[in-house]
Design a binder for this molecule. Structure first.
Ligand code: NAP
Length: 250
């Protein structure tokens, strides 16, 4: 699958799944800019390690919840590299709580970070990608869009929104050579899931047919498929990458 010579932008690239996506794109030969929010030490470490391998990688601080910030990041990348071929909307958070106890801020933080950010960056890249007649948009969903977990009404709503949004823009952009797809991870070992995994221990693995938690690289592999030149006839799809967690066979 080819991304060599392409230019990519990844949100939330400093840790976890986003970091693995940045590494895969860079090692595949793409120039990669990535956005982080607060942890500049982690972001600079990711960029420096890949630069030391000879890859072109650029860490940019921005808050994905802000439309002006998204517009500026995209404009800066296009100014620096002349085009933008691949957008991965990966940044996301959880703020779990049962509905009866969920405050409005918990709701809004998750919707803004996980869903409004996807609107912000997709709209920011649309003109550039349409005029290039080439683009690959990959949005990060979750199996939580389909599988109901108590305490995740805000998160499920944000990820369900991401999937509907992705299908809709896929129909709008297809004629201009721009695809839009989503990846829906299951349980992946990152900072986001460490508390749940520590609390549940090995019990969690018994619910997963492949009998292990996912690794960030498992998700990066799926993103690389949608990001590649060769996937031009695949659009509006959601690919679950969950080790069979949602098959319901156990
Ligand atoms: P993570 O380890 O917590 O990393 C989150 C990343 O997003 C960090 O780079 C963080 O940057 C960035 N970020 C958060 N808020 C931001 C903001 N307002 N502006 C800019 N960047 C922001 O998360 P992860 O587990 O890798 O998850 C990545 C994506 O996969 C998320 O969309 C998540 O919903 C989805 N997902 C994860 C799992 C899982 O099991 N881990 C399962 C399903 C779906 P800073 O560190 O600088 O704040």
């Amino acid at each position: 699958m080819t991304v060599a010579g392409r230019t990519a932008l990844v949100t939330g690239g400093s840790r976890g799944i986003g970091r693995a996506i940045v590494e895969s794109l860079a090692r595949g030969g793409a120039r990669v800019a990535f956005v982080y929010n607060s942890n500049s030490a982690a972001a600079e470490a990711v960029a420096a390690a890949l630069q030391a391998e000879g890859h072109e990688v650029w860490a940019i601080q921005a808050d994905v919840r802000s439309k002006p910030a998204a517009d500026k990041v995209v404009a800066d990348v296009v100014e620096k590299w002349g085009r933008l071929d691949i957008l991965v909307n990966n940044a996301g958070i959880i703020r779990d709580g049962l509905l009866a106890m969920m405050d409005a801020q918990q709701w809004q933080d998750v919707i803004d970070t996980n869903l409004t950010s996807v609107f912000n960056f997709c709209q920011a890249v649309t003109r550039q990608m349409m005029s290039q007649r080439y683009g690959r948009i990959i949005n990060m969903s979750s199996v939580a869009a389909d599988v109901s977990n108590p305490g995740q009404a805000n998160y499920a709503a944000s990820k369900g929104g991401v999937e509907g949004f992705t299908r809709c823009i896929a129909t709008e952009l297809a004629r201009r050579g721009v695809t839009a797809n989503a990846v829906a991870p299951g349980f992946i070992e990152t900072d986001m899931t460490v508390a749940v995994v520590n609390a549940a221990g090995d019990e969690i693995k018994k619910k997963i047919p492949v009998r292990r938690l996912g690794r960030p690289e498992d998700i990066a592999g799926a993103v690389m498929f949608f990001a590649a030149d060769e996937s031009s006839y695949v659009t509006g799809q959601v690919l679950k990458v969950d080790g069979g967690l949602t098959l319901g066979g156990l």
